[in-house]
Design a protein around this ligand. Structure first.
Ligand code: SF4
Length: 418
């Protein structure tokens, strides 16, 4: 079945056969217009075809307008996506400014019926301005109404998406892209596969935005992203991708370009390098491991036996077949981030690297972080003002800990409860 084509601004189309659109997201504060404009320019120069910027509330709306105006006057025409959580009012205010609005229906409004009414209103505004929408659901932040029906499952994610997509169809609004992200590669793949089947059954196939959310950083983040995204692209599912890394977002682009080139049959432009070896191996073997078409892995990359065993362990863990270290969930950070996330993540890893199999989340903000760390045994969340909260599962157990003490406090708490 043919995928719908969604126009983002004047030039970009998501859903074109043979074109996987590469996108990323700023991690600057949106109110810091200078820093955000600079980061957008760096992203565009690196090859980002679409750039997302968080718009936390109404006070940030003039900032995103200014960011767009400055980029356009400097000759950068990369379309912008406003990322909205918790504020339907803000979604409606930016819909006339940016080329695309991302909403998370799970937190569009706490009351489901009000959320539906507001979403319908948003569709009208987007239609008027030619603005596209992404319905972006995350495993950790499904609405209560849907988890009561289906649990916190891939099926629940797909069913929730179908409800909002059906509203778009009913309102004759088809400029829609959909995503169902999870930090768990198996959950993420299954959710997209179910949604793809449900959309085919319904007769309307919206383009899909793929990503493994909160994938972490370094080799692990790259491998986890490749395993999840490659499994779907191999099946012909996915039209735009974001590789989420807890790093400078410009570093995401080469990985995303590699995936886009590899799975659209284009020549891969990434030069031979350690990173290329890692991505090649993750994409060549991860999908078969994740889909249980193979059970083991024996690599010979030419970079030494120690590296080969390390890479095998990483790919096995990313495919969720064997855990050799803790499973880290770390958000990439965005304009809501309340502390030095990259630094905090490294400190937490240094204290907890011996806790094999434990799931530890390091999240950038107290507003969205706790809701997004679905599978975590422990959560480490930036509060702002130099303070951190520690969560056990989804329950806060220590609040307002000074950042310098928090990694030790986390380890003390974990050890006291083992
Ligand atoms: S959890 Fe991280 S990526 Fe998500 S809104 Fe908060 S800071 Fe941004």
């Amino acid at each position: 079945m043919e995928t719908l084509k969604v126009r983002i601004g004047n030039k970009l189309v998501i859903g074109e056969p043979g074109h996987i659109v590469v996108q990323t997201m700023c991690n600057t504060h949106t109110y810091d217009v200078d820093a955000t404009v600079e980061q957008c320019k760096a992203m565009a120069a690196a090859g980002a075809e679409l750039i997302r910027i968080t718009v936390p509330g109404m006070k940030d709306v003039p900032c995103i307008r200014e960011i767009k105006e400055r980029l356009r006057s400097d000759g950068i025409d990369t379309p912008l996506v406003a990322d909205i959580h918790f504020s339907s009012e803000t979604a409606m205010a930016v819909a006339g400014i940016v080329e695309k609005v991302r909403i998370n229906p799970g937190n569009f409004h706490p009351d489901h019926e009000v959320a539906r009414a507001r979403f319908q209103e948003l569709l009208g505004i987007c239609k008027q301005h030619g603005t596209a929408i992404r319905i972006g659901l995350n495993h950790g932040s499904l609405g209560k109404y849907i988890t009561e029906l289906y649990g916190n499952t891939p099926l629940a994610m797909a069913k929730a998406a179908m409800e909002w997509l059906q509203m778009c169809i009913d309102n004759d609004f088809l400029q829609v892209v959909v995503s169902l992200k999870s930090s768990n590669t198996v959950v993420m793949v299954e959710a997209y596969q179910i949604l793809h089947s449900l959309m085919e059954e319904s007769g309307v196939l919206f383009p899909m935005h793929l990503g493994v959310t909160e994938a972490g950083n370094g080799d692990s983040g790259r491998i986890k992203s490749c395993v999840g995204i490659a499994t779907l692209l191999e099946e012909g599912i996915g039209n735009t991708i974001r590789v989420s890394l807890t790093e400078d977002p410009v570093a995401e682009i080469p990985v995303a370009r590699y995936l886009a080139e590899r799975y659209s049959g284009r020549e891969i432009t990434m030069p031979a390098s350690r990173e290329r070896v890692i991505l090649d191996a993750a994409c060549s073997y991860g999908p078969d491991l994740l889909m249980r078409r193979r059970d083991s892995l024996s690599l010979n990359t030419g970079l030494g036996a120690e590296f080969d065993r390390y890479l095998e362990d990483e790919i096995m863990q990313a495919s969720r077949r064997r855990f050799y270290k803790p499973e880290y969930i770390a958000c990439p950070g965005c304009g809501r981030t309340m502390y030095n996330l990259q630094d905090a993540f490294e400190k937490v890893k240094a204290r907890t690297s011996h806790l094999k199999g434990m799931v530890i989340a390091v999240m950038g903000c107290i507003v969205n972080g706790p809701g997004e760390m679905a599978d975590a045994d422990w959560g480490y969340v930036g509060e702002g003002n130099g303070k951190v909260s520690i969560y056990k599962k989804n329950v806060p157990v220590l609040r307002h800990i000074p950042e310098d003490d928090a990694p030790d406090k986390l380890l003390e708490l974990i050890e006291s409860q083992q």
